[in-house]
Design a protein around this ligand. Structure first.
Ligand code: 4AD
Ligand code: MG
Length: 430
């Protein structure tokens, strides 16, 4: 049987089709009633009259409730006054299941209530817009790497050692041994870069973030490219090119969704390459010029990142952070031992860090001494150290947090709406 979807209504004009979905809203009169039917791809106005529909179908107006599942058969017509530009003149309406009184109505609901009903809230127009933009962002990421000779390398979720510090590890029992949920696929990605040259991994990552902020989830999706014979400057080239591509794809394919979200699209159109690149030392000067008491060596807080990013319409890349505040695997700046060859990309409009990356330490002795300084042992990272024993090579990569990017592009105040079922310190359900 052929399937028909509301988003393709323009192809069905003059044809009799059956649409299957849920009752979004209705207006009921004596001889005519209107049903807004939602099928996930769009909303269609269904016109049900005493003349065109059979009697049983017409009488359904007395029983149908919001979110009742229904099938409507009729002829599709162009109708400029209807929301999508088309309507269906029903000959038959069939109820699949009457819905109980639906908890989400048009009135304002508190965020906790909506979050508790996230499984239902996903049916709303605003959530559709966000999740579709998320989809386009993820597709853009995959297309970007697939079209540039990167090999997809899936990295394990159960891992035996930390990548991004022990403070945010989720620990689990692995047949009597300790295992941790992945914080990052990077270390495995480095093995992949030695094997394939250019790889990316893309999957969920986990961090036991103990505070609740508008930027942190405990489960989030990260894409991590890793490239052999790539230095920090080349790494920044790829980061910039990728983010520019993502923004342009959303502008091309998801304009109406951005409008639904009332996003100021001009702010996204203002994103232009090349993106500014400033050193951490220059970023500190920006803070001091803006009256922030900040000392070289400290890490930026959310407020600091906002001040820095507000200086530029495009995302800004800050490089060469103090090594003391960055991860053990980052290469030291040959020109200044106190600095790591790190990069963070800060999104405009105060959305904060969307990318973190670096050139990797390729010297085995330097790496071992930092592993020990972090309180770990050589054995904990023995396979990782093999990558330096068997053909060590200059290489770099980065991680882009999908939800941070969705938050910025959609212009959301909080990260919780960027993923279908968010996980935070206070939420595991639904
Ligand atoms: O800066 P991070 O910690 O970098 C890494 O994990 C590296 N191993 C990546 C690499 O070089 N391959 O995290 C990367 C990005 C951040 O810039 C941010 O966008 C996102 O992941 N991120 C989070 N997003 C949501 N909730 C959290 N708790 C996040 N922590 C990091
Ligand atoms: Mg970071």
């Amino acid at each position: 049987m052929k399937e028909y979807f509301i988003q393709h209504a323009k192809d069905y004009v003059g044809k009799t089709v059956t649409l299957k979905g849920w009752a979004y809203s209705f207006r009921k009169g004596g001889k005519i009633w209107f049903l807004q039917l939602r099928d996930g791809t769009g909303v269609m106005q269904c016109v049900v009259t005493k003349f065109d529909a059979d009697e049983a179908s017409f009488e359904l107006k007395n029983v149908i409730t919001q979110e009742t599942s229904v099938m409507v058969t009729g002829v599709i017509k162009e109708e400029p006054r209807s929301p999508g530009g088309y309507e269906i003149l029903a000959s038959k309406v069939e109820v699949v299941a009457i819905a109980e009184e639906y908890p989400i109505s048009k009135k304002e609901h508190g965020i906790d209530f909506l979050m508790n009903n996230r499984h239902l809230w996903l049916r709303s127009k605003r959530q559709h817009a966000i999740i579709r933009i998320r989809h386009t962002i993820i597709k853009a990421i995959r297309d970007y790497f697939d079209d540039r000779d990167f090999t997809l390398l899936d990295t394990p979720i159960f891992q035996q050692a930390a990548t991004e510090g022990t403070a945010t590890l989720f620990e689990t029992d692995y047949f009597g041994e300790k295992a941790y949920l992945t914080q990052s696929g990077q270390l495995y990605g480095e093995a992949g870069a030695a094997a394939f040259g250019k790889i990316y991994c893309f999957g969920p990552t986990f961090r036991a973030e103990k505070s609740s902020t508008r930027r942190h989830l405990t489960e989030f999706w990260m894409v991590e490219p890793e490239m052999a014979y790539c230095d920090l400057d080349m790494d920044m080239d790829v980061a910039e090119d990728l983010v520019f591509y993502i923004v342009s794809q959303v502008l091309e394919h998801r304009r109406s969704e951005l409008e639904t979200l009332e996003r100021d699209i001009s702010k996204l159109e203002a994103v232009q390459s090349p993106f500014p690149r400033i050193s951490y030392t220059d970023a500190v000067k920006i803070l001091q010029e803006n009256g922030v008491e900040f000392e070289w060596g400290d890490d930026f807080g959310g407020g600091d990142e906002t001040i820095i990013s507000n200086q530029f319409p495009s995302p800004v890349m800050v490089h060469r952070y103090p090594s003391a505040i960055k991860a053990f695997y980052m290469k030291r700046d040959p020109e200044n031992e106190k600095q790591a060859m790190a990069l963070d990309m800060l999104a405009p409009e105060g959305y904060g860090e969307i990318i973190g990356g670096s050139q990797r330490e390729d010297d085995i002795d330097a790496l071992i001494s930092r592993i020990k300084a972090d309180g770990a042992t050589e054995e904990d990272y023995s396979w990782y150290l093999d990558l330096r024993r068997y053909g060590s090579f200059p290489h770099s990569g980065f991680g882009l947090g999908v939800e941070r990017v969705v938050s910025w592009i959609c212009g959301l105040k909080h990260i919780r709406e960027t993923i279908p079922f968010p996980r935070t310190i206070s939420r595991l359900n639904p």
